[in-house]
Design a protein around this ligand. Structure first.
Ligand code: ADP
Ligand code: MG
Length: 368
């Protein structure tokens, strides 16, 4: 089921004594979620992710704009009529019910021609439990399950009615690191198997990047950029998106463009034909540094961490906006630890420049 958000806006009245302006939690969202895809809504806490999800589910009403599921305008439709499955961070299971009863719960309220027999409910619950691989645990109570198992029950419960859309709000946040990895792969598998259009909300860029067909990066209620994870990583439109995506994070320097060259400090580190002269933020991905004894960028060496396949070089530079510069280079290189400094050249496609004030991307010709 395709989902379309059209001029979708949600304002909350101000609760602040100093400002009477409304909080615009979701500001004029326009995008289409293609049928059968998994979309990651990504941004820092408070950027409007949960509000967007609540608008899609029907738990909240938009101030302006419309939502379509396929060709149907569902904007005025109450949550229970939308055919959405919802999963939250705190699994919200009924503690006194068994796993089976928890999963079955949404089926028991079906009325009229949708009403199911006891056996049909059993079959559907078992099918949903099998999908998330908890069919061995049907008679347990939630308190007898691990966090990961509880979240699977919540996912099974959301799937049991075969929803048109599956909405997940930070579903992995309460799990430990290992379970988080495992469960996110599970969610991906289930989504692929069922083909249900899914919106996955997270503040964790790595999580969003790893499972989404498309990510939507948000900040303060405004969409910054959307696209395939790799495309957004490789081609950020502004400094916020560049710094939000990537581990280790991108390295940002105070820079300057003059006569088609990018300067960091006094050193011209890259030809940037087509970029206008002026002060800029110069951002270099960790994998964009090449150790080179004649390299243009000279940094003070702090530490070298060998990590098997790669070497992480930690250094500093007076124009760096980050406390330390982290570069990742192949372990085939050797870095002389006795040296105080390390020299790098840079990969042009791993260097982005942003306008000093607007922080918008400043484009240049690569290899021009
Ligand atoms: P996220 O899920 O990305 O952390 P939310 O959608 O929960 O963000 O919140 C977005 C903004 O809207 C925040 O500034 C938040 O304080 C505000 N907000 C959320 N819910 C309400 C509400 N019921 N009343 C007033 N302001 C709200
Ligand atoms: Mg939230």
């Amino acid at each position: 089921m395709k989902v379309v958000l059209q001029n979708l806006t949600k304002k909350y009245p101000s609760r602040s004594k100093t400002s009477r302006e409304d909080v615009v939690a979701v500001n004029d969202f326009n995008f289409e979620i293609p049928d059968g895809k998994l979309i990651g809504l990504l941004g820092p806490s408070g950027c409007g992710k949960s509000t967007t999800l609540n608008l899609l589910s029907g738990l909240q009403k938009p101030t302006e704009g419309k939502i379509f599921f396929g060709d149907d305008d569902v904007t005025g439709l109450p949550a229970e009529k939308r055919g959405v499955g919802l999963v939250f961070q705190n699994y919200a299971l009924y503690p006194h019910l068994t796993v089976r009863q928890n999963i079955m719960f949404p089926l028991q309220n079906l009325k009229g021609e949708d009403k199911l027999t006891k056996q049909q409910m059993e079959e559907k619950s078992l099918a949903a439990a099998k999908l998330v691989q908890i069919d061995q645990l049907m008679d347990r109570k939630p308190s007898e399950l691990s966090g990961g198992q509880q979240q699977r029950v919540a996912i099974a419960r959301a799937l049991v009615k075969m929803p048109r859309i599956l909405l997940l709000d930070e579903p992995l946040s309460n799990l430990d690191a290992r379970l988080r990895l495992q469960t996110r792969e599970e969610i991906r598998r289930i989504q692929r198997e069922t083909g249900i259009t899914t919106v996955f909300v997270t503040h964790d860029q790595e999580e969003a990047m790893s499972i989404s067909d498309m990510i939507v990066v948000m900040k303060e209620g405004v969409i910054q950029q959307m696209g395939k994870p790799q495309e957004v990583y490789d081609d950020p439109v502004n400094l916020f998106v560049a710094t939000f995506l990537g581990t280790p994070p991108i390295n940002v320097f105070d820079g300057m463009v003059k006569d088609g060259k990018l300067y960091i400090g006094d050193d011209a580190i890259l030809d940037v034909p087509g970029a206008a002269d002026g002060q800029v933020h110069a951002a270099i991905r960790p994998e964009g540094f090449i150790p080179n004894e004649n390299g243009e960028l000279v940094c003070s060496l702090s530490a070298v961490e060998v990590m098997g396949r790669d070497i992480s070089v930690v250094s500093t530079h007076k124009a760096s906006q980050n406390t330390v510069i982290r570069s990742i280079i192949s372990a085939e290189n050797t870095i002389d630890l006795d040296c105080d400094s390390v020299r790098f050249s840079v990969k042009p496609n791993k260097v982005f420049i942003f306008h000093k004030e607007t922080q918008e991307r400043v484009r240049f010709e690569i290899g021009g």
